[in-house]
Design a protein around this ligand. Structure first.
Ligand code: NAD
Length: 515
């Protein structure tokens, strides 16, 4: 495995990592599009951007692959995903490091992202023997009803920069065991991790074939491209399902296009996640959970904590300690030991943060700490900011929006009803948390009259989901569900079958039709 480089040699490090991971060197220098690391802003690769024609060619190949793959028994399809999981295990250090370099998330989070890919592969392998349908009681004598789940076709996957490989793996591993082929359009901000993942997948395919199994060419393809390539994927009639992860603006563009051709959509869009800290909360635990959820990944998770509702009775216990944590958290090179907050992805992200910050002040917010651009003690060329804590008198202005940066708005409350109302009174509905040791408060929050989010947690923060549960959110978050539970059903088509094993033909609902 490649040795650990010192700061300043990132491009060389990337080349070595990609070589380790099996990406052909021409792929990195053959194109006009500059891939950059947010750590230093350096160019780490020049890749070719594919357009609509490349996308359509990949879809055609994937469709042909699907026609063969759908007939491979599901547990045998699972074997390919098992081998892919093995390859990921072997390549976790290199791919995790590349995730850190390409996104700026800290080393443990880069590795964690690859672990998430491994976990979902394991889940999908088990699932490959559990694509169960139902047997249903028929109202007619000598009849049996059942439902069968069949492969769907080509699954399009559009992913965002902040989880450049895990989100693809959530979709692809399930889609593949369900008998589909996949075409992936990763974020243009993170092309290299996508190319590396594809190379790892192709090694699994080679091993699968060597073991005597059939894996058609084009079963899973990646097309590095910008919006044009994404649109071609969305509009292609051979793609019955597109799983699209990104901003609500992207979902607003993609959703109606898919609906206009009656294609399925899994939309995983922006979040504006809240936590409520109640009078009985364990303050130490709440502090750690809030700090990770709000500052971790530099606030660039869809599940990052952005709104904190603190009961008046514990405000003085929690908020001063939180201020302290914000003022002292180590911001810097995410490759360095001890760094907890890396850079923002680009200058545009800082512009968005600054705008929200100004709007918050104009809406009556008072700055507790943070907000400054950091220039000293961090690598030159990256966008490093001090995470920001702002007290707001009410939930207005920027508090209602997702700003993809480490800004946490703190609001006091007196009654739980009021806090739950505030939790729900934003356009987004992804993740939420309550910190309490009062059973009634916890259950109230989880009940039908509680949080309206796809994810509602007790005594853990809103970010850092496990793959075993279905992941996704309501309202402007898009309504999609991915990963665990029965999310696999979105990747298959359901057929209801009625079988008559008698010699008469009774009609349903007693209808008579004698000819
Ligand atoms: P983005 O919306 O800018 O881009 C996401 C992807 O969509 C990219 O691959 C992009 O090229 C593509 N795209 C953009 N417009 C398109 C169009 N019209 N047609 C087809 N494809 C198009 O998002 P980003 O900045 O990469 O990521 C951050 C956003 O993603 C945040 O809002 C975050 O909350 C969200 N996100 C959501 C989840 C979730 O599971 N809910 C997970 C990760 C990120």
């Amino acid at each position: 495995m490649t040795s650990v480089p010192e700061t300043g040699s990132i491009p060389r490090d990337v080349r070595a990592l990609l070589e380790d991971l099996g990406v052909a060197s021409e792929t990195l220098s053959g194109g006009a599009f500059e891939a950059k690391t947010p750590i230093t802003g350096e160019i780490i690769g020049r890749v070719r951007l594919g357009g609509a024609a490349d996308m359509n060619a990949a879809v055609d190949a994937a469709h042909a692959a699907f026609l063969a793959w759908r007939s491979v028994p599901a547990p045998v399809r699972g074997e390919l995903v098992r081998l892919f999981g093995e390859e990921l295990r072997a390549n976790k250090p290199a791919l995790g490091r590349l995730v850190t370099i390409e996104t700026g998330k800290i080393v443990s989070e880069g590795l964690g992202e690859v672990q998430e890919m491994i976990d979902i592969c394991d889940f999908a392998v088990g699932l490959s023997r559990q694509l169960y349908g139902l047997t249903i009681a028929s109202e007619r004598a000598d009849h049996r009803m059942m439902e069968t789940w069949h492969p769907l076709g080509v699954v399009g996957i559009i992913s965002a920069f902040n989880f450049p490989v895990a989100v693809w793996a959530w979709n692809a591993s399930l889609a593949l065991v369900c008998g589909n082929a996949c075409v992936w359009k990763p974020s243009e901000k993170t092309p290299l991790t996508a190319l590396a993942t594809q190379a790892i997948f192709e090694r699994a395919v080679a091993r699968y074939r060597k073991a005597g199994h059939i894996a058609p060419d084009g079963l899973s393809a990646v097309v590095i491209g910008a919006r044009e390539a994404g649109e071609a994927l969305v509009d292609n009639p051979r793609v019955p399902l597109v799983s699209a992860t990104g901003s609500t603006a992207m979902g607003r563009a993609v959703g109606p296009r898919l609906a206009s051709r009656f294609a399925r959509a899994i939309l995983e869009l922006g979040g504006n996640n809240a936590a409520i800290v109640c009078p009985t909360a364990d303050i130490d635990l709440s502090l750690r959970a809030v700090a990770f959820a709000a500052m971790g990944t530099a606030g660039q998770r869809c599940t990052s904590l952005r709104r904190l509702f603190v009961h008046n009775s514990v405000y003085h216990k929690l908020v001063p300690r939180l201020k302290q944590a914000y003022a002292t958290v180590k911001v810097g090179n995410p490759l360095d030991d001890g760094t907890l907050v890396g850079p923002l992805i680009d200058e545009a992200a800082y512009a968005g943060m600054y705008k929200a910050f100004e709007e918050a002040k104009a809406s009556g917010g008072s700055l507790f700490t943070g907000g400054e651009r950091i220039r000293a003690g961090v690598p030159e060329g990256g966008v490093y900011v001090q995470p920001t804590l702002i007290e707001m008198p009410e939930q207005v202005g920027p508090v209602l929006k997702e700003t993809f940066a480490p800004i946490l708005y703190v609001i006091r409350y007196n009654e739980l009803e009021e806090a739950i109302r505030l939790n729900n009174e934003v356009p987004q509905g992804l993740s939420s948390s309550i910190f309490t040791n009062d059973l009634r408060e916890a259950e109230r929050f989880l009940s039908a009259r509680g949080s309206d989010c796809g994810i509602a947690n007790v005594n853990i923060g809103p970010s850092g989901a496990e793959i075993g549960g279905a992941f996704g959110g309501e309202k402007e978050t898009g309504g999609g569900r991915e990963a665990g539970s029965d999310s696999w059903k979105a990747y298959m088509r359901r057929a209801t079958n009625t079988i008559n094993y008698g010699s008469t033909l009774p009609l349903a609902q007693g209808v008579k039709f004698e000819v």
